[in-house]
Ligand binder design. Structure first.
Ligand code: GLU
Length: 319
């Protein structure tokens, strides 16, 4: 189903030149896992003649810090992962998310949700409650005007959820293969008024002409919700490459506790950006360990491989 509340073209101009992107959140220095994903995203774009764009996902102002826009961009540049246009910041684009939310609201697809995380957890764990703990239990789906007013009077600011109706979306991931998932009532605006990641990413990818999304596979499970939002808004769906997320030795996502995990840390150990690029390329099977390569050198090697081969690159790095 696509909304008939006006064609997508009534929004801002959409860039129709093919592009891939890397979309970090400026909440810290990029770690080697982020950098490996960025390298693959860059190679996927470059080896297919696409533009490569950098977008800072900085809507969650509680955790971003000003210096990380620069350090993240500097680290990508040091590895030779150049981008084509001025990076965009999601925080400058709020009017676009509001416009998309308005279209969903006009189609009566949004509802106010006053639930706290704890209430959702408790409702999904209740003995006779829904048994899928990942699914929103629907508490606020059918509130009457009076019930809504009570919650407002109690001072609870609502989040906005998009009705999902557990519709199933399937997609062919170029790396992970066939994937699918049911869409529950995903939050599209948080209760502090911030547009949610799932909404913003879809609006930006569409407006920036992104037709190739390369990112870590921890986001596979968010993809059906994003497909739902894109479909409702009448947007073309990009191709997806979900690549193995890099984990630390304990099997959790790579983090400071795992040692020298950023380019700055590696430099302190005496390594150069070229050494780090070499290590990341080797972990993708694109270079021999210790072989010195530039990012450009890797483009033809990458182009020879099938994206599906990336599914088996290791989840841990030799640190
Ligand atoms: N901002 C997300 C992250 O840093 C990436 C989102 C995306 O690529 O869709 O993990």
């Amino acid at each position: 189903m696509t909304l008939n509340t006006g064609p997508a073209e009534t929004g801002p101009a959409v860039d129709d030149r093919a592009a891939g992107r890397f979309a970090p959140s400026p909440t810290g220095d990029l770690h080697l896992g982020n950098l490996r994903t960025a390298l693959i995203a860059w190679l996927a774009a470059r080896s297919t003649g696409r533009r490569f764009l950098l977008r800072f996902e900085d809507l969650d102002t509680s955790s971003i810090r000003e210096e990380f826009y620069r350090t993240q961009a500097d680290d990508l540049a040091a590895l030779g992962l150049a981008w084509d246009e001025e990076p965009v910041n999601q925080s400058d684009r709020r009017d676009r998310y509001t416009a998309a939310l308005d279209r969903l609201a006009e189609a009566d697809l949004l509802f106010n949700c006053y639930c706290s995380r704890r209430e959702i957890r408790e409702a999904t764990q209740a003995p006779n409650g829904p048994y899928n703990p990942r699914v929103y239990p629907g508490t606020c789906r059918h509130l009457t005007a009076v019930e809504r007013a009570e919650r407002e009077a109690a001072g609870r600011p609502p989040a906005l959820r998009l009705r999902g109706d557990l519709v199933r979306y399937e997609f062919d991931d170029l790396v992970a293969g066939a994937a699918s998932g049911e869409v529950d009532d995903v939050v599209v605006q948080r209760n502090d008024g911030t547009p949610a990641y799932n909404l913003a990413v879809v609006v930006d990818d569409h407006e920036q002409g992104i037709d190739q999304v390369v990112r870590a596979d921890d986001l596979v499970s968010s993809t059906p919700s994003q497909l739902h939002i894109a479909t409702l808004l009448g947007y073309a769906v990009p191709e997806f490459w979900h690549v193995p997320l890099v984990l630390g030795p304990e099997g959790k996502r790579l983090a400071k506790r795992d040692g020298a995990v950023t380019l700055t840390d590696r430099r302190e150990l005496g390594e150069s950006a070229a050494d780090v690029l070499s290590m990341l390329a080797a972990s993708c099977g694109l270079a021999e360990p210790g072989e010195h390569v530039t990012a450009e050198d890797l483009i033809p090697r990458f182009a020879e491989r099938s994206p599906a081969e990336l599914a088996t690159i290791p989840q841990t790095l030799e640190l």
